[in-house]
Design a protein around this ligand. Structure first.
Ligand code: NA7
Length: 553
């Protein structure tokens, strides 16, 4: 028997919690939330690896919708770690009495649109079934762990872990020889902490990247008072910047200042720490010559910190412009390579051949290991959605429709899948932003949209394929207008997962601009969407989309 409800939300992270609250308490819809994990938290439920910490500054890493919640909640550190974020989300669930409509340990395996009934029939791994008019995927952009298919892993005699599936009880690495594959945001956070307890840490680096110190610190009572008294301003800044952070991008180009001034600006940003380094000049992400100056500055810092010249060379041998792959921030990452118990293996020069029962063999030698840590990232943006067998009208399948890359309108809806919404889906600013701010906007837009449908007796909404075609093109154009398009090997392009279509997935036009576009679409009566009972007629085949965009697998 199916449980009949108005709306079903998948995922209990920042997005799912707020969506449940909005649909249930603002619109009065019967709503359930299904979560695969055994508790809430989303990304933060799963990511418990050593050194895990948010890269967004805590004063803007929160919901802004509730003044009362903001007044009662105080973060303790500049960048919160998983325990504190889980405590925050737990408090949110408690305050808004969300748990009664959440079901944990429920992995959704399929979602099928029943056209006759205009209902989504959703099934979990345990065989429970739900039927809902509206289906909202709040499954996260970085939740489908990517464990590379390296020959021999199955025969490894030690332990291995992916950072995004780290055991909640922790792993005792004391006295162990640990090999860490991956030097993205996660690997850069994990290595310094692993090195403190492991007998030896070998870091396997495929692509060097640019990291800036995070400079985490406890927050002072004065700062927290300032935050409490200035929520409206902090929110206004976060909602009006391209990246959803509560800092503004400097209104100057690199060429506007002298080389000495530029150096002083970079030095000050390096000392201040964090993603604000990206905001030092407004042309860093659009002008190669400007970007080069940031690259040179950071490479100089790496060489100054790392004592062994060969290690410094490999760490500073970055092949892409600054911030065109997700820029990490760190706590003592480069300094870690000055420890006696840490070695860097440059996989460009010495690639991994296979995993042996007792370690990893690279072309030149075998590295004896007790533990392998895969800090190898995610099947980003589409992985968690496509892990579910999602079927729209006439049995069409999302896996087939997205074979050549995702097609959405505004990252919010997919043609052929009525009343199905994605929060921070591909085609929206999502991973290029401070996520809670992007999430709030999506949740509020979806809630407003569903309210509009119900007010006007409209049964179903889905995008017009023509609007999708235009949006796809705009997403590509927005990426091409920046240097992000120069790092074709980034996970923004799906390049980290073999066989994944190479399409730039997030929207690089900026969150503020995106918000304005979404608001305008809604104000014009959901322009670009088809509203009605059977908004079917004009649907085009997804093959045509792929052709129009010239994308291939
Ligand atoms: P990322 O940013 O995808 O980083 C993964 C790292 O793992 C990166 O250095 C990859 O190298 C490396 N990698 C992936 N596959 C392999 C194989 N097969 N061999 C060697 N190295 C490999 O994931 P993170 O978890 O660090 O960060 C995800 C996001 O979480 C982050 O952006 C923040 O938003 C928070 P590559 O660069 O692909 O050559």
């Amino acid at each position: 028997m199916e449980e009949e409800i108005d709306a079903l939300v998948i995922g209990a992270g920042f997005a799912g919690l707020y969506q449940l609250y909005s649909l249930r308490d603002r619109l009065g819809l019967s709503t359930r939330l299904l979560e695969a994990g055994d508790d809430l938290g989303g990304t933060w439920y799963w990511n418990r690896y050593p050194g895990a910490r948010c890269d967004s500054e805590s004063h803007a890493y929160r919901y802004f919708f509730s003044k009362e919640l903001n007044e009662e909640w105080e973060w303790t550190e500049r960048y919160p770690g998983p325990p504190e974020i889980l405590k925050y989300l737990g408090r949110v669930a408690e305050k808004f009495d969300l748990r009664r409509d959440m079901r944990f340990g429920c992995r959704v395996v399929s979602a099928r649109y029943d056209e006759g009934a205009n209902r989504w029939v959703v099934e979990t791994a345990a065989g429970e079934r739900y039927a809902a008019t509206y289906l909202v995927a709040a499954v996260g952009c970085l939740s489908s762990a990517n464990v590379p298919d390296i020959p021999g892993l199955r025969d490894f005699a030690g332990q291995w872990f992916h950072t995004g599936r780290w055991p909640h009880e922790g792993v005792d690495l004391a006295g162990k020889r640990v090999g860490q594959i991956g030097t993205g945001s996660t690997g850069i956070q994990a290595a310094p902490v692993i090195a403190q307890s492991a007998a030896h840490l070998t870091v396997f680096q495929r692509t060097a990247t640019y990291s800036v110190p995070a400079r985490n610190a406890p927050l002072t009572p004065e700062f927290n008072r300032w935050v409490r008294e200035n929520h409206a301003e902090i929110r206004a800044v976060a909602e009006s910047t391209p990246n959803g952070h509560a800092f503004r991008i400097a209104d100057r180009n690199v060429a506007d200042v002298t080389p000495e001034e530029r150096r002083a600006i970079y030095e000050a940003a390096w000392e201040k720490g964090g993603l604000q380094f990206r905001a030092t000049f407004r042309d860093l992400l659009v002008n190669q010559a400007a970007n080069d100056t940031a690259c040179e500055f950071i490479k100089g810092r790496i060489r100054a910190i790392v004592r062994d010249p060969e290690t410094a060379r490999a760490l500073a041998d970055v092949d892409h412009p600054y911030a065109t792959k997700r820029p990490p921030i760190d706590t003592g990452y480069y300094e870690t390579f000055n420890r006696d118990n840490v070695t860097l293996v440059d996989l460009r020069a010495d690639p991994i051949e296979c995993i042996m029962p007792r370690g990893i063999r690279t072309r030149s030698r075998e590295h004896a290991l007790d533990v392998i840590v895969f800090a190898t990232g995610y099947d980003a943006m589409t992985g968690a959605l496509l892990a579910i067998d999602i079927r729209g009208r006439e049995g069409r399948s999302l896996r087939d429709d997205w074979r050549a890359g995702p097609h959405t309108y505004l990252g919010l809806q997919v043609p052929g899948y009525p009343n199905f919404f994605t929060i921070t889906g591909p085609g929206s600013p999502s991973v290029l932003t401070n996520m809670p701010v992007a999430i709030e906007q999506h949740v509020e837009w979806i809630t407003g949209c569903i309210a509009h449908l119900r007010r006007n007796g409209i049964d179903a909404i889905e995008p017009d394929p023509e609007a999708v075609r235009r949006w796809d093109a705009h997403v590509e154009e927005a990426a091409n207008a920046t240097l992000l398009s120069k790092a074709k090997h980034s996970w923004y392009y799906g390049a980290n997962v073999p066989g994944k279509p190479r399409v730039f997935m997030p929207y690089a036009g900026g969150l503020a601009r995106y918000r304005a576009i979404c608001a305008d679409v809604a104000a014009k009566g959901y322009e670009g969407f088809l509203l009605g009972r059977t908004p079917v007629a004009r649907s085009a085949s997804m093959g045509e989309f792929a052709e129009a965009r010239g994308v291939g697998v």
